[in-house]
Design a protein around this ligand. Structure first.
Ligand SMILES: *Cc1c(COP(=O)(O)O)cnc(C)c1O
Length: 377
């Protein structure tokens, strides 16, 4: 949403070129909403969603923990004021020397999903805590994370036994239901799998302590999404159903849900044209596209709300494209996007819900375009 603070910032500063403006008040509200909805779960903010130092500093001061995908993100979280015990290294694919660097920085919580990764951690971070990621089907997620991360639950049992044998602390199970998950009950099947892993390991004398329930909490784009409260209720009901009165320590790792709605991209219409005189749809070219930060429009997966100064006028379906010389740089074409008939070259547009997964996805100097600028207010 475009908050009054963002409106005021754009009106007074009038930044040139496309830029992201993030309102920290919204991030603060989101953090409190998660804490209130899931009071018994530790919050590990997924740094990759938006690693702006101001965002990390705010979350560190509010008591957040941090899920990092690499050493650079770990250093950013440390610089923002988090201590090493508040940081997890959640990528299941790590170089051994990066594990060693993280270990030297004091990180003691690592994700694995294979025997091979367990071996690296046992050498580079002896004695560390590990959790094993299990696969989920991603059903219901608008940005599924598919099969790249995780293993089947039966293999997770073997991986955690192996970790134990190599002197690591087999600490728990993790999963990610898929990003922009709009179904509140999507955590249920994964929690059932997690419970099965707990039971199998307990039979071998290994007592897991933690379930990392990942991210997936949505941002409102064009359609309404359930509240953090609704997710909290559904997840707690599943924890009760599967773990009874022995609910383990739990972690959530919101990325998109923490920062998505806090950001708005200001962009500009560069060209409006047609491909033939009788072309049904106008082509609207913006000064930002897939390579300038809107990568999640890939396959038209994420459909951002776009506001213009002419929103009261008659609307017509348009193709929306980015400014680069790459024909893949089209945002919406299969599903045309309604924009005002009166929209004109030079008009400013506001692309809402862009606080997550934008600045970090923007290319450096493709066609000479600057990376997406960000103002954190
Ligand atoms: C990206 C990621 C997240 C954040 O996911 P969202 O859907 O943005 O909440 C959480 N955990 C891990 C391991 C991730 O890779």
């Amino acid at each position: 949403m475009t908050t009054q603070r963002i409106r005021d910032f754009l009106a007074t500063r009038r930044p040139d070129g496309p830029c992201l403006v993030v309102d920290l008040d919204v991030v603060r509200d989101n953090f409190h909403a998660f804490r209130h909805a899931m009071p018994d779960s530790a919050i590990y903010y997924a740094v990759k969603a938006n690693p702006a130092p101001e965002v990390l500093r705010l979350l560190a001061s509010l008591g957040s923990n941090f899920d990092c995908a690499g050493v650079a993100e770990i250093e950013m979280a440390l610089d923002a004021g988090a201590t090493a015990e508040r940081i997890s290294y959640g990528n299941t694919i790590k170089k051994e020397r990066d594990i060693a660097r993280a270990h030297a920085l004091g990180i003691n919580l690592f994700a694995v999903d294979s025997h091979e990764e367990v071996e690296k951690i046992s050498r580079a971070a002896p004695g560390a805590r590990v959790f094993c990621r299990v696969l989920t089907d991603g059903e219901g997620a608008e940005w599924p994370l598919s099969r790249k991360f995780g293993c089947v639950p039966q293999m997770a049992v073997d991986v955690l036994v192996y970790a134990h044998q190599l002197g690591l602390e087999s600490y728990g199970v993790s999963f990610h239901v898929g990003s922009q998950m709009t179904k509140v009950d999507a955590w249920d099947a994964a929690l059932a799998d997690a419970k099965r892993v707990f039971v199998s390991l307990a039979k071998q004398g290994i007592h897991l302590q933690m379930v990392n329930m990942g991210g997936g909490f949505p941002t409102k784009y064009l359609r309404d999404v359930p509240s953090a409260e609704a997710y909290g209720k559904a997840i707690f009901a599943s924890l009760r159903a599967h773990f009874g009165n022995q609910i383990p320590h739990t972690i959530i790792e919101p990325g998109r849900g923490m920062v998505g709605n806090a950001g708005v991209i200001k962009a500009e219409v560069v060209l409006i044209s047609k491909k033939s005189d009788n072309d049904a749809a106008r082509w609207v070219f913006l000064d930002i596209g897939k390579f300038g930060g809107l990568a999640e429009t890939m396959d038209e997966a994420i459909r951002y709300p776009i506001r213009t100064v002419r929103d009261g006028d008659e609307m017509e379906p348009c193709v929306i494209a980015g400014p680069t010389c790459d024909s893949a740089d089209v945002l919406y074409e299969k599903n045309l996007y309604p924009l005002p008939v009166s929209l004109t070259i030079g008009d400013e547009v506001l692309i809402e819900g862009t606080g997550a997964y934008t600045t970090t996805y923007s290319a450096v100097a493709f066609n000479g375009f600057d990376p997406l600028k960000a103002y954190i207010i």
